[in-house]
Write a protein that binds this ligand. Structure first.
Ligand code: SAH
Ligand code: SF4
Length: 370
């Protein structure tokens, strides 16, 4: 093997961060003739200590680090830029090894509801992407304008979390895991990249990784029904379903996914979801002026969600340049919320965070250019 090969490991070599512990163990013993415990050591470097390179793994011999470098890629994302909002939200632009930009959003929350940026937040949520772009075609969402550039790998999904952890630690949050909650609500439809999202969830839940609880992880979907049912069968993470539209006509005109899996089919699947005790499904509902924000919509929504343990997140539309939709007035949002509450639903108006840096829901879009 030549030294130039060592420097330019082929793009076809496996990404070490994408391997699960079992596969890593067989690679170590069968591929490299190492003892099995090395696998756990490397896994912990990658997934607990958020290592960015082989060089950091200082308790491995130089020879082993060299062999690793020759055999595997490490798809570490590079922080391209960080934009900060006046409300404490930050948008991270992360560059993949093939030059694409992936966006993640960090949303610190303080119990008092007013940002106290100098104190540690009570909750620290990272909103991560599952794809570069999205091919679901929702008319109101800027990400859909990009089309689908590609799925993110397991390693890239995970590394959004790891780079954010490292960055927050350098910012002064010295906790071993400065992120408390994870939401798959960034760019892309997570259930269209099911295998990689599922594998990333398993690593994030692992006690040899960051040891998240399924209670602190939410996957948001536009309503890809078969994959939603599979997620319910195979994991315990929380689910958010983006509803936005209370008739098939309106929902199909906004979200083409509704033509494939209309409201009745989607809500039947939600009704059948196996839920842990006390768990509810979150329904995200974007209020778009004159289209989804009427009081008749409230009544239809209440009817659609009957007998589903639910919580409704109302999101006032974030206007996007080039898209024709408008946000409703604050009063209309409040009328909608209170009528839904009167109907017996838990309805929360999600404060729009980070809109001054285009980090709010639906505003994530990059050129996808190399
Ligand atoms: N693809 C997944 C997750 C990412 S989108 C999904 O659609 O659920 C995250 C949320 O942002 C969705 O609920 C979506 O309806 C909402 N959203 C998209 N564009 C928006 C916009 N311009 N204003 C407010 N919310 C928007
Ligand atoms: Fe994709 Fe979600 Fe945007 Fe729809 S709202 S285009 S599913 S990212």
């Amino acid at each position: 093997m030549t030294s130039s090969h060592a420097k330019t490991v082929s793009p076809e070599s496996p990404d070490l961060r994408s391997l699960d512990l079992e596969r890593l163990a067989s690679e170590m013993t069968e591929g490299l003739g190492e003892r099995a415990f090395r696998a756990k050591q490397i896994y912990r470097w990658l997934h607990k200590r958020c290592a960015a390179s082989f060089e950091e793994m200082t308790d491995l011999s130089r020879d082993l680090r060299m062999s690793l470098r020759e055999r595997y890629r490490l798809d570490t994302l590079e922080i391209d830029r960080i934009e900060r909002s006046s409300d404490g939200t930050s948008k991270l632009g992360l560059r993949t090894r093939d030059g694409l930009i992936v966006e993640s959003v960090h949303i610190p929350e303080w119990r008092s509801r007013t940002p106290q940026i100098d104190t540690a937040p009570d909750r620290s949520t990272l909103c991560i992407s599952s794809q570069v772009g999205c091919n679901m075609g929702c008319r109101f969402c800027l990400t859909s304008r990009m089309g689908l550039v590609r799925n993110l790998t397991v390693g890239e999904i995970l590394d959004q979390v790891y780079r954010a952890c490292r960055w927050l630690q350098t910012e002064g949050n010295g906790s071993p895991r400065p992120i408390t909650n994870l939401v798959f609500m960034g760019m892309g439809e997570p259930l269209n990249n099911y295998a990689n999202v599922r594998a990333a969830i398993d690593v994030l839940l692992s006690s040899d990784g960051l040891d998240f609880s399924h209670r602190h992880m939410t996957v948001s979907t536009s309503g890809v029904v078969p994959a939603l049912e599979r997620l319910g069968r195979e994991t315990d993470v929380k689910v958010a379903v983006s509803l936005t539209g209370t008739t098939d006509e309106v929902r199909s005109s906004l979200m083409p996914v509704n033509e494939r899996w209309p409201l009745k089919v989607l809500l039947e699947a939600c009704r059948r979801m196996p839920l842990r005790r006390g768990r509810r499904i979150t329904f995200e509902y974007v209020l778009i002026r004159g289209i989804t924000d009427s009081l008749e919509d409230v009544d239809r929504l209440a009817h659609l969600l009957r007998s589903i343990p639910s919580k409704v997140n109302l999101i006032s539309y974030n206007e996007c340049s080039g898209l024709p939709f408008k946000s409703p007035s604050g009063e209309q949002v409040e009328r909608f919320r209170s009528r839904l509450a009167e109907r017996g639903f838990t309805a929360v108006v999600r404060r729009s965070r980070g809109s001054d840096i285009a980090a709010a829901c639906g505003q994530l879009a990059t050129s996808g250019q190399k």
